[in-house]
Design a protein around this ligand. Structure first.
Ligand code: NAD
Length: 359
């Protein structure tokens, strides 16, 4: 016999107990869901907290095996956004939106218009932005229906967030080189960059201008050739980047690239790049610390783009945003110093510092 949807036992399938336990563990917060029959929109907005101001964070549109996976992703990433905003002293809380990709999106305009109406209902508690699976064109649609959006086409001129992300990573590399190698300049410092995409390219330009020696790799040969031709960088095969005898390894392509195998292969004594979730497992932050490899935590040093789009959203002076991105030098240094004093990994220290700022 088919179970009636209102039958009490039905709720078992949604794992609500686990959800609330996870929420408590991460210190949440709010969880909002929306289902729109007409467009197939299934949206989850996880708002970690609003202590510092309205929550800001990307909106991803991906396929998920289960709704639980989607909710967990939204909560995990919303928590990370909270830490990212707090440690960079932004006037924002952290949140993430997850849109569960339907089999087909028949009308993308209607789909994102429905999402925009959902944002209106949240009344500014959450400000959305581009993430995996969404583009500035989607943000342009949303902007027609609500003001609670950033990362539109207009925001992406002159390199936009990617340039500022690269600038922040460059500042953090400078701090790491000072701390670990006691060098005041990047002249002659060898950096191996994994990824020649938006951030990788701007990072290479920044480092090249400061006299660094660069080796790069990318699965996209056109992106790699551009860096070789414009900046004269050395290139290598994608699977060889971990073995390059560089001072710094900068992952700017994919997540989860730091695992036991790749960490063992690293010649670099510094890891600092833009990719999100670089550690294949949280514990690898400790592995890097034990191997005396200085790791600049990704969620801290890749915040330049967020700082920039938050400034645009708040109509702040762009020069102030640039200054805030430059401040990633001091923030990184503070993390490295505390990690040394407390003999704890930089990831543990950065998370503790962000949580202190949230309290
Ligand atoms: P992108 O897609 O423009 O560039 C990524 C590059 O990595 C592409 O050129 C791709 O071909 C290359 N790549 C893919 N697989 C590879 C592999 N196995 N080896 C080497 N190269 C490979 O992305 P992006 O905007 O430059 O972002 C890079 C990373 O930084 C991503 O992890 C992203 O989530 C993160 N990030 C970006 C920003 C931003 O402002 N763009 C902000 C925060 C974090």
């Amino acid at each position: 016999m088919r179970e009636h949807p209102l039958q009490k036992n039905h709720i078992h399938h949604t794992h609500c107990d686990l959800l609330f336990r996870y929420a408590e563990f991460l210190g949440f917060g709010e969880l909002h869901v929306k289902f729109d029959h007409a467009t197939g929109l299934r949206a989850i907005v996880a708002i970690h907290n609003l202590k510092r101001g309205p929550a800001i964070g990307g909106c991803r549109l991906l396929h998920y095996a289960t709704t639980d996976d989607a909710i967990e992703d939204a909560m995990r990433l919303g928590y990370m956004m909270s830490l990212k905003s707090a440690i960079n002293n932004l006037p924002h809380g952290g949140a993430k939106a997850v849109l569960i990709h339907p089999r087909v999106i028949k009308d993308r305009e209607a789909y994102f218009a429905a999402f925009a109406r959902f944002l209106e209902e949240l009344n500014g508690r959450y400000i959305t932005a581009v993430d995996s699976g969404t583009t500035e064109k989607d943000m342009d649609i949303i902007a027609k229906y609500t003001k609670y959006v950033t990362c539109t086409s207009a925001d992406l001129q002159d390199g936009g967030p990617s340039y500022f992300t690269a600038l922040g990573v460059r500042r953090s590399i400078e701090a790491a080189v000072k701390f670990k190698l006691n060098r005041d300049s990047l002249e002659g410092v060898h950096v191996a960059i994994q990824g020649a995409g938006h951030v990788g390219y701007y990072l290479a330009k920044e480092l090249h201008a400061l006299g660094a020696r660069l080796t790069m790799t990318d699965t996209n040969s056109a992106a790699l050739s551009r860096c070789a031709q414009e900046l004269g960088v050395d290139v290598c095969a994608t699977d060889k980047i971990y073995d390059v005898a560089a001072d710094v390894f900068a992952p700017c392509a994919l997540g989860a690239v730091l695992n036991l195998n790749t960490i063992k292969r690293l010649k670099a004594s510094i890891v600092a790049g833009s990719a999100n979730n670089q550690l294949a497992h949280h514990h690898h932050g400790i592995t890097l610390h034990e191997r005396h490899i200085l790791y600049a935590p990704d969620f801290v040093i890749n915040a330049g783009g967020l700082i920039y789009v938050a400034a645009l959203y708040n109509h702040a002076d762009p020069l102030r945003a640039r200054q805030q991105v430059n401040d990633l030098y001091q923030t990184s240094l503070a993390i490295f110093e505390r990690s040394k004093i407390e003999n704890r990994s930089t990831t543990e220290v950065a998370e503790a510092m962000a949580l202190e700022m949230l309290r």
